[in-house]
Each structure stands twice: as C-alpha cells, then as structure tokens.
Design a protein around this ligand. Sequence first.
Ligand code: DC
Length: 233
Amino acid sequence: MRVIAIDGPAGSGKSTVAKAVATRLGLAYLDTGAMYRAIAFEAMRRGIDPADAGPVATLAREVDLAVGEKVLVDGVDATIEIRSPEVTRAVSTVAANPAVRQELVARQREWVKAHDGAVVEGRDIGTVVFPSADLKVYLTADDQERASRRSKEMLDLQYDQVAADIARRDHIDSTRPASPLSVADDAIRIDTTGRNIDIVVEEVLALAAQEETADETSAQGTDHDQTRRGEAR
Ligand code: DC
C-alpha cells in the first residue's frame, strides 16, 4: 500500500498538488481537512457549540461521513457548506479537540486501507496518521501569498479578513497540544512562494519516482540477501 503524505498550512498549495499527484499516480486522494470541516459544519447545524468538547466528540464518533469528490454528512451533501467562512472560522477549535482527532485519525487510516493507498493531505499526516508514509512532503508559502491565494478562492471575503483568519488558524493549529501542525523529521519541505503550482506537482512526482526506485532497489537487495543466505545454508 503506497501512501504519500502532503502536509502544510492553509494556502500552501496542498490541495492542488495532492489532487494532481494522486491523479497522475492513479492513487486515491483524501482531504483530511474536509473531515474536520464536516464535523464543525454538523456541530453548528445541530446547534452544538464547536468549543463544547464532549458533545462535539460524541458527534464525531456517531456521524456518518463519506469523503470523496463530495462530502456527505449523515447522507446530506455538504461539499459547498464545509467551505463557508463560518465553518472555516470554527474548524480550528474542532480540530484542537483530542477526542475528535483520535476518531478522525482512525477513520483516515481505515479509508486509506480500503482504497489500497492514497495521497493524503492534512496537517499531521506525516507526523501522526502515517508516520511511515512512503513519501512525506511539507509545503509552505509566505503569509502574504497564502492569504492572497485564499482570498481569490473566496470571492466574498476581503484580503485583510482572509489574512487575519489564516493567521488565527495557523496559530491555533500550530500551538494546540494535540498533534500540532509540525514538519516531520523525514519530510521534504517545498516552498511554493512565487512558483507555478504545475512545477511543484512535477517536483513531487519526481520525488515519488525516486522513492519508488529506492524502494525497489532495497527490496531487490533484501531478496538478493535472502537468496544468498539461502544458498549458504
Ligand atoms: O486544510 P483545511 O483548511 O481544509 O483544514 C481545515 C482545518 O482542519 C484546519 O484548521 C486545520 C485542521 N486540520 C487538522 O488539524 N489536521 C488535518 N489532518 C487536517 C486539517
């Protein structure tokens, strides 16, 4: 089972790169941020305060989530709603809830197993969800560029507001006690500031190809060693 982890903060280019890499490699694609967003959305829809840890955790354990091209929450299509500014503002609080993380991490591992591998994007994929991923990429971009990418996506919001929301989210995501956003020791960092995202995709594909070759070589090495050991016996 091949797993490629793509982590990084909001606006670093993760989704675009992860989707394109998955398509090119014929792997499934999992957006784990969409799962945290779905819990935040459903909590608000049911009138649960996103900061109310117990009820939000119960909801995370009980709700039916289907994440793919569309995001279905208890069978209802919430693909568009989970991207709303309200959900975006509430999601970091939900994602800081350790019981929610425990539940969603388990679901993410199951999802990837059921799809026989995937390109998985998030914040803690290389550090917590799949610490032995075949390839770990950590994307970054400077704050201004991340805010301007996001404000272009959200036509109804002003740049200043988006920049403030991103800074607030970055702060919560990277200072929370439960699996904060951090770079895995063995992740390859790519700064996407001022770079064409197609070139970044090619760079990640080249890393994936290198990793595959290295993997095959070491597997052959192991076979060879086993044969030699077999011969010696
Ligand atoms: O990538 P995104 O903006 O859709 O993520 C939404 C929120 O979920 C964001 O505040 C960080 C959080 N998140 C997380 O804590 N762990 C993940 N694996 C993915 C997202």
